[in-house]
Design a protein around this ligand. Structure first.
Ligand code: NAD
Length: 290
């Protein structure tokens, strides 16, 4: 397939490399001048998009996505698919999809879960909003870049699924870290705590797969001095998107709001910037009540 790929950063570069390895014809553009082996470099986003059957964007935020959409939508061939894999606000995803559809394109919002490791290994999960025909066209590409693609409904629903998932993740990570710090103070051994909770009703992905306590459970960023992994800054971004969506939709999300405030404090006023989001555990270890 002829593919345009815009945004060749930590995630985009390995995703594009996997498409090349699977035999696709990929032309790429990144404002930072990044190049990827096997990806033909374009001089602009519009040039990368021209003549492509599918154009993939993997960009930092909704504002940049909207700017790039203004450049590429007029350059894309009618019937082509605009496939945005960035994590952005639901409103931007829906606005860009409308713009693309008005120009005779298919539009999909398909944010991912799985991080840089999943992008490199081609094991991402895609949560997809948009029309069925676009989903069918993009499906072989999801199969190359990931292990699962769930069609979640119309435009914006992929982003909705992503922020709901990550709101649960942020909140469960915080409470798992709180519980370890409480267990320490109560004299409960961390291994015993893991053995009980990971097989009991308090279990979660944060405990069982990504345990925030070093030396306990499967290997995780905690065993590498909390180098990310999934940076606390990115968790803060996703919680902010969730709270922005909750406000716009008039949904009551008090635990999500508390999680956002804690990550805000951790990243902006403590030592959390650039650390894994599970480094909430050493934060709680140092703190007392009140
Ligand atoms: P990144 O900052 O490494 O990559 C973004 C790239 O976009 C950069 O190379 C930048 O130069 C380029 N860019 C910016 N403006 C551009 C423009 N106008 N035209 C072309 N290129 C432009 O970020 P990343 O880690 O690759 O993340 C990309 C997206 O994926 C984000 O929305 C992020 O939230 C999401 N995401 C990241 C992870 C992760 O673990 N890194 C996991 C899931 C989702």
């Amino acid at each position: 397939m002829k593919i345009g790929f815009i945004g060749l950063g930590n995630m985009g570069a390995p995703m594009a490399a996997n498409l090349v390895a699977a035999g696709h014809d990929v032309t790429g553009f990144d404002t930072a001048g990044v190049t990827v082996e096997g990806v033909a470099p374009a001089a602009s986003a519009a040039e990368a998009a021209r003549g492509a059957e599918v154009v993939i964007t993997m960009l930092p935020n909704g504002e940049i996505l909207r700017q790039v959409a203004d450049e590429i939508v007029p350059a894309m061939a009618r019937g082509a698919v605009f496939l945005d894999c960035s994590t952005v606000d639901v409103a931007s995803a829906r606005a860009v999809a409308e713009q693309a559809q008005a120009a005779g394109l298919s539009a999909l919002d398909a944010p991912v879960s799985g991080g840089v490791g999943g992008a490199e290994a081609g094991t991402l999960t895609f949560m997809v909003g948009g029309d069925e025909a676009g989903f069918e066209t993009a499906k072989p590409l999801f199969d190359v870049m990931g292990k699962k693609a769930v069609h979640c409904g119309p435009s914006g629903n992929g982003q909705a699924a992503k922020i709901c998932n990550n709101m649960i993740l942020g909140a469960t990570m915080i409470v798992t870290c709180e519980a370890f710090a409480l267990a320490d103070k109560l004299g409960l051994d961390r291994q015993a705590m893991f053995d009980v909770v990971s097989t009991s009703s308090g279990s979660s992905w944060s405990m069982n797969t990504y345990c925030p306590a070093p030396g306990v459970g499967p290997t995780s960023p905690a065993d590498n001095d909390y180098a990310p992994g999934f940076a606390a800054d990115l968790m803060l971004k996703d919680l902010r998107l969730a709270m922005q969506a909750a406000e716009a939709a008039d949904a009551d999300t008090p635990i999500g709001a508390a999680a956002m405030r804690l990550y805000e404090q951790f990243v902006e006023r403590e030592d959390g910037a650039g650390r894994d989001f599970s480094a909430m555990l050493p934060r709680f270890e140092r703190r007392r009540r009140g």
